[in-house]
Design a protein around this ligand. Sequence first.
Ligand SMILES: *Cc1c(COP(=O)(O)O)cnc(C)c1O
Length: 775
Amino acid sequence: MQPFQEAIVKKLKEEYHTELGKATTKQLYNAVSKAALETCWDTWQKPVTGKTACYLSAEFLVGRLIHSNLLNLGLLGETENLLKDAGINPNVFEDVEDDALGNGGLGRLAACFLDSAATQGVPLMGYGIRYRYGLFKQHFAYGCQQEEADDWLSWGDPWSVRRDDEKVRINFGDQSVWAVPYDMPIIGYGGKMVNTLRLWQAEAIAPFDFNLFNEQKYNDSVQQKNDAEAISAVLYPNDDTDAGKRLRLKQQYFFSSASLQTIFAAYTAKNGTDYSKFADTYAVQLNDTHPTVSIPELLRLLMTQGHLEFEPAFQIVQKTFAYTNHTIMAEALEKWSLSLFQSVLPEVYPYVVLLQNRLSNELVKKNIAETSKYNLIQDGMIHMARMAIYATHSTNGVAKIHTEIIKNSALPEWYALYPERFNNKTNGVTQRRWLALCNRELAAFITDRIGNGWITDFAQLEKLKPYAEDAASRKQFLQIKRTKKDQLADYMYRKDNFGLNTGNIFDIQVKRLHEYKRQLLNAFSILDIYFGIKDGRIKEFNPTTFIFGAKAAPGYYRAKGIIKFINEVANLVNYDNDVNRKMQVIFVSNYNVSYAEKLIPAADLSEQISTAGTEASGTSNMKFMMNGALTLGTYDGANIEIVQNAGEENNYIFGARVEDLEKIKDSYDPKKLYAEQPRIKRVMDTLIDGTLTDGGTGWFQELYNSILEGASWHKPDNYYLLLDFLPYCDARLQANKDYADQDAFAKKCLLNIAAAGPFTSDRTIQQYAEEIWHV
Ligand SMILES: *Cc1c(COP(=O)(O)O)cnc(C)c1O
């Protein structure tokens, strides 16, 4: 036995009084994780020298940690062999719940960044919230989404270490709580560097009073405990209500203050009260505006505990912080009501006023009289994106087009003021999780041809390009794709009790459910194909399986209506014996990181069909690309850079561009398209003519109206579904036709993989490190 294998056996014995053949999955999971943690403990505990970058994020969607950590430590093979020898399925850990402490792309990006930084030797600390319940679990009842609490800690949390000695006090207007850190090791590939993800948990200050003879004291104690723990109880609590908003603001300050207090105290312990080197010691990246209250918080610390005047404190703040913008939709830019902010954070508010005063002076000096678009405090609201741009030295977008939109149409007044601050950092994903781990067959295929350097140097993928010309390679690629489809079919049968036809084209759209991502357009196009086949309009059609996966925010009824609609379309198609040898439709339940790792390697077509100008970057488009799926998408987000690099002729790009929409937006008339195009009318009418039923919820009528009539808060067909419908159907049918020549299709897939090099988060992290953090 290898030393690590012995360590696992020993852990099982010492901690669980059991042995390999008898241990439960939970015991095995905890024993293997703890044994693995011990192998990198000393590396982890070594103090960091030099400048540290800190990544503040309300979300870290890390997924399942055990496989990626074992891979990075080089212990995955040994572990699997040990399990196999003991007669245990090496896939047992696929039952372990994901750490789902994030909603989607923004949280997954944070997780990919941590993996990349540790692998690239960049000292990067993650700071966030240890939510007691992560993103809800989803299942369907009669095609409608039902939510359940995500009790991820029921599996234990062997990768976290609680640090009671480093807890921090957080003060709100109406309560004080402890922030207790739980540290997770972030293990770089090869194990040379181990960074830390520190997640804060809220706890009551006063020890619990068990004095059961004093009912008042006991009840007060219970109340205090519950109020404190509520702060880190759930990911993004519903903020429709005022109570929800209050809690959300508390969450933001909670992790921001805890992180900044820690950084500040560590600096002071080392350097005393000379803060002149603070910004050379720490760089702090704000992942969206959620941690922006860190800015006045650091001002507060520097001015109260550090005894600095405002101006020198401001200079330090500005040099320390940088901000990443993730959205251009005006309604999604975060604002807080002034009165709420003052009541929740009375000790922080004065520093917001100081920032506003400094800004006002600057605007006067620059002769800017119209200040309403700049003011941090305006019309009774505090504007967080403005604060984040004003008080930092860098604002970045996450794809080229997104950065241009920020500069030219979302926040042009700020770009005019500080053009030098704006820069682009196109997102990426880690190829360790999204290729090496989730598609070992393709990883071996690549390594056989170009060596394994791509695992840490993804630019080497370019060397794969000549193999697109090699018939044997194309054939082998197609075999791998089939293997991944078969594996997905097994998994989906277990999870969703659905039988996939693995000889079909797999056409997949997986991402959070949102109107701008246009899952409804996808469903309309599937209906169009369905009617086309039934009517004989479509004669040649390569059998296709259309797969969806998405969660809708619990209060987002229109998104829930779209889920119900797609499930109804699936029923219509799957039970129709005229067409179900040609097409299948399935909406998988509880889409999460682990499901993504099964779905993406099996895809032939990657659906990236957001309205041009709405998706900041997208990252699943990159995961699909490196697994050899072709993009069927719009000119939006990183799709543009993907097809620029892989060749538009090797992908399927369709639809209106940002410039086109800009031109027609005032004259656009979806009713006209509906009236003039029978194919559009037919699919739209399925919402209201009884073809499909919403179970009496009224959701389908509402969807219909949202497109033809609009609503109080938006114009008709706000996301241009009907405008892009026919071009989308055409592109989709073209892809379907092209698939008939599988060999030619495989060539395109290989060219896409060979062009995926720039879309690693290793590249993104290197750019942040060099151009923003200077670490
Ligand atoms: C990558 C990923 C996302 C982001 O998907 P987009 O298509 O870029 O929005 C969301 N959820 C999960 C589980 C992911 O892995």
